[in-house]
Design a protein around this ligand. Structure first.
Ligand code: SAH
Length: 230
């Protein structure tokens, strides 16, 4: 494809330097002071061009301390929440990681930097297709995509060392618990439709230990083991 036909090339690469500075600031001002200490997470957040995951009109806001709309009534999470959830998965680099709610694909890119292989599930096909295209352009070859109800997990490749759910659910879907590896970690927002707690689950054989990482607000996880479509 000729570079001129890239839809996202306006102002880029000329703006690359400015965005790199914006990312450094985001890490320094939003992540480190709030307790993000995992060096690999901080490096990935410094590296991934978050502005490419939002529409052009919003690119100038991409490194601000809040979520942004990505179409289809969905959002890309606030940078701090992305970092907090990723850090909770304790990724070392050799994991099989399952992500539910691909959305823009930004969180997917972070997980792909930090895991061996990422399996990502999104129920809104056009979002999945956009993310697939962008992540291929960015050079990721360790991501598999599926348009499906992620409350059912992705049984074919289970078990997973790490599972991240980026939409809020009324309770933890059983299939996701079943698809955790022994020693595996999961992070998922659980609560009502307006506010949730970020729950971390660590599985040791048949023991599932839960920890509350604090309040958050996500769009609905819609599916068989989630909310009904409204
Ligand atoms: N991590 C994403 C956040 C997207 S918002 C990002 O960085 O952009 C949450 C996403 O979860 C939405 O795209 C929504 O369509 C998706 N979602 C909701 N319920 C789902 C389900 N049951 N299975 C898969 N994806 C789901």
């Amino acid at each position: 494809m000729a570079p001129s036909s890239y839809p996202r090339s306006g102002g880029y690469p000329p703006m690359t330097h400015d965005y790199r500075v914006a990312r450094e600031r985001m890490v320094k001002n939003q992540l480190v002071p709030r307790g993000i200490t995992d060096r690999r997470v901080l490096e990935a957040m410094k590296k991934i061009p978050r502005h490419l995951f939002v529409e052009e009109a919003l690119q100038g806001e991409a490194y601000n301390d809040h979520p942004l709309p990505i179409g289809h009534k969905q959002t890309i999470s606030q940078p701090y929440i992305v970092a907090l959830m990723t850090q909770a998965l304790e990724l070392k680099g050799d994991e099989k990681t399952l992500e539910i709610g691909t959305g823009s694909g930004y969180q997917t890119a972070i997980l792909a930097e930090l895991s061996e292989k990422v399996y990502t599930v999104e129920r809104i096909r056009p979002l999945m297709e956009n993310a697939r295209k962008l992540l291929a352009e960015l050079g990721y070859v360790n991501i598999l995509f599926k348009a499906f109800d992620g409350t059912l997990g992705w049984k074919e490749y289970a078990p997973y060392d790490a599972i991240m759910v980026t939409a809020g659910a009324p309770r933890i879907p059983d299939p996701l618990l079943e698809q955790m590896a022994d020693g595996g970690r999961m992070v998922i927002p659980i609560g009502d439709r307006y506010s949730q707690d970020l729950i971390k689950v660590v599985r040791k054989k048949d023991d599932y230990r839960q920890e509350n990482l604090g309040g958050c607000r996500f769009v609905d996880l819609v599916g068989v083991h989630g909310w009904k479509e409204s």
